[in-house]
Design a protein around this ligand. Structure first.
Ligand code: GBH
Length: 464
């Protein structure tokens, strides 16, 4: 039986995407409050002021998870609920909320897995430069320690920073996410600071909770080249891999950046590295978030509308990157083989340097409506999840040590710059009434959990 007996079947959400209650119980403003209040930044002018009202409805949401048989819930903690100004002044009502949430999870028999930072930086910290400023390190370390002190008696597993690539490159490089900066220098600085912040947070957490299991959560995507006989495509793919995947894999697990990264970034990176920054910590686990592989095609003109983002500026030439095949509501392709390939790749290329892996996010946006029969027949989501789970199963049989899977997301929620129209949930949410309806995929996932993956449809899918 390929999925290990105690495989951790979970679901995931993040604070700003589900909690709402943005002005309740002393919560301070984060960069996502500012960003979504800025016209033109988020589709339809949506924001997280109310979202799923999870802050008030968490008991109902936990009941849904319990009924589904979910074994673990990966949620994130809102920094500005605990420290509204990002300094050391506590807001006890914020701590109380997570106490209630965690206690309810524990009594429902669901393991709480807490992400310390899922993109909602206190606005006052952004005002002094945010992640692009090294001054972020101390407040982040203090915040992580406070989280571990407060909740580490019941939360055994902590993720530090969710998807540092997205946070750095979409937040500070393309400006698609908060804080909306468009500076490569800042994106590179933020990238390095996430590595150092992770290492420091790891130590801070361990200093107060030695038994806590701490790990990074990385968004990863393999490049799929159209033509491997084209050196330009191979170079673009290697650059993509370096700035997306290897920057963090090497930075966190080898304590160094590759020659390619160092030469791509030059002194924009090297001037930031202080003594001790890259000292490797003994991570307890690695979280991989996977949605799709990225296509790399032939060279195109510098202003081509579907050129690969970031590569053009880093490489000095642009390549076609339009996804092919059936696309999801996000416009993303469906490449299940990519997930297993990544898990096997780290196993083979990093060996003992990497700890046990968890797929900490995987899911798909489809806007399937309520049918006449009162059900939501999201067959396409079932198929997506089925094939990605098969890919994990295949990776396990090829030697990858994968211990758990967190479906993204428990329920439809605020999809960042895309607002509420992009629905990733296995539970449907009516945002006018807050009524939750378990989709057919949610019922299917319950069966997957119950059978520990035995009920997956073993259709033919290509896994390399
Ligand atoms: C995750 O991020 C988030 O952690 C989660 O909060 C979010 O709701 C969920 O996924 C669904 O979007 O085309 O250049 O932008 C998004 C993961 C990583 C997917 C980067 C797209 C491609 C790079 N993303 N990836 S780019």
């Amino acid at each position: 039986m390929p999925f290990p007996k105690d495989f951790l079947w979970g679901v995931a959400t993040a604070a700003y995407q589900v909690e709402g209650a943005a002005q309740t119980d002393g919560r301070g403003a984060s960069i996502w409050d500012t960003f979504s209040a800025t016209p033109g930044k988020v589709a339809n002018g949506d924001n997280g002021l109310i979202a799923n009202d999870h802050y008030h409805r968490y008991l109902e949401d936990i009941q849904i998870m319990k009924d589904m048989g979910v074994k673990a819930y990966r949620f994130s903690i809102s920094w500005t609920r605990l420290f509204p100004n990002g300094d050391d002044v506590r807001e006890e009502r914020g701590f109380d909320f997570y106490d209630r949430l965690i206690d309810a999870l524990v009594s429902a028999g669901i393991e709480p897995v807490a992400t310390i930072y899922h993109w909602d930086l206190p606005q006052p910290l952004e005002d002094i430069g945010g992640w692009a400023n090294r001054a972020i390190l101390e407040p982040f370390e203090n915040y992580a320690r406070a989280v571990a002190e407060a909740f580490g008696d019941r939360v055994s597993r902590f993720a530090t920073i969710n998807e540092p690539w997205v946070m750095s490159w979409l937040g500070y490089g393309s400006g698609v996410h908060a804080p909306g900066e468009t500076s490569f220098d800042k994106a590179i600085a933020a990238s390095h600071h996430t590595v150092v912040a992770h290492n420091r947070a790891y130590k801070a957490i361990k200093s107060v909770r030695p038994n806590a299991l701490v790990g990074p959560v990385l968004s990863q995507s393999q490049p799929d080249v159209d033509d491997i006989s084209d050196p330009k495509q191979l170079e673009a793919a290697a650059i993509f891999d370096a700035f997306t995947n290897l920057f963090w894999m090497d930075g966190l697990f080898k304590g160094e950046y590759s020659q390619r990264v160092l030469s791509l970034y030059g002194d924009r990176l090297s001037k930031l590295i202080h003594e001790g920054d890259l000292e490797v910590v003994k991570n307890d686990w690695l979280g991989v978030n996977f949605y799709f592989n990225t296509r790399i095609g032939h060279e195109v003109s510098a202003d081509h509308p579907s050129r690969a983002r970031f590569i053009d500026e880093l490489a000095g030439f642009a390549v076609e990157s339009q996804a092919v095949g059936t696309l999801t509501d996000m416009g993303w392709p469906i490449t299940p083989y990519g997930l297993g390939d990544l898990l096997v790749r780290w196993t083979r290329e990093y060996g003992d340097l990497i700890p046990p892996m968890f797929v900490t996010e995987n899911g798909v946006a489809y806007d399937d409506a309520l049918s006449m029969d009162g059900l939501i027949h999201d067959d396409r989501r079932v198929s997506y999840l089925n094939d990605h789970l098969l890919s994990i199963e295949s990776a396990i049989s090829r030697g990858a040590d994968v211990r758990g899977y967190f479906q993204w997301s428990l329920m439809d929620n605020f999809e960042w710059a895309e607002g509420f129209n992009k629905r990733f949930g296995i539970v449907h949410v009516d945002f006018d009434t807050q009524v939750r309806t378990v989709k057919e995929s949610g019922k299917w996932y319950a069966k997957v959990i119950e059978t520990n993956g035995e009920c997956l449809t073993k259709r033919f899918v290509k896994f390399s």
